[in-house]
Every structure is written in C-alpha cells, then in structure tokens.
Design a protein around this ligand. Structure first.
Ligand SMILES: C[S@@+](CC[C@H](N)C(=O)[O-])C[C@H]1O[C@@H](n2cnc3c(N)ncnc32)[C@H](O)[C@@H]1O
Length: 246
C-alpha cells in the first residue's frame, strides 16, 4: 500500500498533544549535546527543531514517509545545516544515511505493522549501548473513538493501526536485541472543543487513513457523524512509552 500523505499545514495548526509527547521523549533521551539523533516519523520537524536545541554540537537525521510532512519540515528547518531530512518507509530496511547515536520517535509506530521487524530495523541504525526512546499508541488507544466510528457507519477495521500491550512491546524489543527495556502504558485522554476544532482534529490527526479511501463529501459526513457519536469531545489516547538500550 502506498504511504499515506498528510495535510501538513492543517496538522501544524491544531492543538496537538504531540507537542507535549515530543518534549517528554526529548527529555528522556538524556543527551550530552554532541550526538546524532535519528527522529523516525519526524512529521513537520517540530521535534527535530526541539532536539537540535539540546544538541549544540550534534545533528539530527529526521525521517518520514510523507512528502508533505517533509516539505513542511524543510520550511521549518530552512537554514539549519545540522539536520538531514530523509524520505523513507519504516516498513522497509532503512537507507544507510539513517544512522545515529540515539533514536527517538513520537506518535508514529502504531502506523507501522510488525513491531518486532520495526525494532530490528531501528536496532540496525544504532551502535551497541545507544539509547532508544519512543512513544506511540498502545493497547486500548482510541478504543472509544473506534466504537464511535462503528456507530457512525465507519469501516469495521478502522485502520491498520497496531496497538500492542506492554508484554508484546517488551518482547519485540528484546527479540530485536535491545536490553534495559522499560515500557509503560499511559492513559492520556485529550479534550477538544465540539464543532470545528474536534472535527478538524479527527479529520487531520485520527482519520486520515480512513478518509483516504472515501470521496471527500462522504469523508466529511463520516467525520461529522463520528464526532456526534462521541459521548464527550474527548480522544481517548493511551500511549506506549518505551525506553531501551541497543
Ligand atoms: C501522527 S504523525 C507524527 C509526526 C510527528 N512525530 C509529531 O509528533 O508531530 C505520524 C507520522 O508518521 C509517519 N509515518 C507513518 N507511517 C510511516 C512509514 N511506514 N514510514 C515512514 N513514515 C511513516 C507519517 O508520515 C507521519 O508524519
């Protein structure tokens, strides 16, 4: 399946909990300041910009599969010569320029199936002893949203998300050769304003893969019905936070 394209400017205009999630991942990296950090699923480059502030002598390799997201990242990071933007598919072996001293990722890995394989590809980008910090949707993530989507007549599968539990995530990390593995499932519901703000958030952040398969007017109608079916204007996020050493 072709990689999903995102509406990068609509994405950046939203009140994203991702900003907070990204800061947490960057804080947990515990950087010295001279590393090369790989950001997998960098989106519009917000966290690449943030992590560069912690890397006065370091670099960032920012990787994404959406050309729209990378173009927005390119505009955001224009003039910075310590960042390399790479178009790559995380479901495939990563190109040789994706190498670093640490790997981070925010709100991306639930879009990638087969986490054992994914973590193997992450391990291949790192030397022994390197830090791996990530966060993404875990078991139970947006279950309430998915129930509302069903009531609204949305597709049965919802999307091709992988929301694993702690045991499966830890096992996948260990199978890929990581040690000192720590995984935590953290409920983190996000309340939005009913009407335009909730609908824009659902359409841009939660439902892009569902909407891709629908004509625009049907997609718009599905977003409205799904928003109406939510008992509260809340996206019931459950985040997997992981820390591991290569
Ligand atoms: C929800 S966005 C998160 C972006 C950014 N990390 C943030 O926190 O704002 C998910 C990102 O993962 C990327 N992505 C999803 N599946 C991917 C894949 N198979 N290969 C490369 N990038 C992928 C998308 O293009 C998108 O930019």
């Amino acid at each position: 399946m072709e990689l999903l394209e995102w509406d990068a400017s609509a994405y950046d205009a939203l009140p994203l909990p991702h900003v907070r999630w990204g800061r947490g991942v960057i804080d947990r990296l515990g950087l010295a300041g001279d590393e090369t950090v790989v950001d997998l699923g960098c989106g519009t480059g917000r966290d690449a910009e943030g992590v560069l502030e912690r890397l006065p002598r370091g670099r960032v390799v920012a990787v994404d599969g959406s050309r729209n997201m990378l173009e927005q990242a390119r505009r955001r990071l224009a003039g910075c010569d310590r960042v390399e933007l790479v178009h790559a598919d995380l479901t495939r072996p990563l190109p040789p320029e994706v190498r670093g001293d640490a790997v981070m990722s925010v709100a991306t890995f639930h879009w990638v199936p087969d986490h054992a394989g994914l973590f193997g590809r992450v391990a291949a980008t790192l030397p022994a002893g390197a830090r791996f910090e990530a966060e993404f949707g875990g078991r139970g993530n947006i279950a309430g949203f998915q129930a509302a989507l069903q009531r609204a007549g949305g597709p049965a599968e919802g999307s091709s998300w992988t929301f694993d539990d702690e045991g499966a995530t830890a096992a996948a990390l260990e199978a890929a050769g990581f040690h000192d593995v720590d995984v935590r499932l953290v409920p983190d519901p996000v309340r939005l304003q009913r009407g335009g703000p909730l609908e824009a958030f659902l359409a841009t952040v939660v439902m892009p893969a569902i909407l891709r398969d629908l004509p625009a007017d049907e997609g718009r109608a599905l977003v409205l019905r799904t928003a109406e079916e939510l008992p509260e204007p809340v996206v019931d996020y459950v985040r997997m936070q992981l820390t591991a050493t290569r």
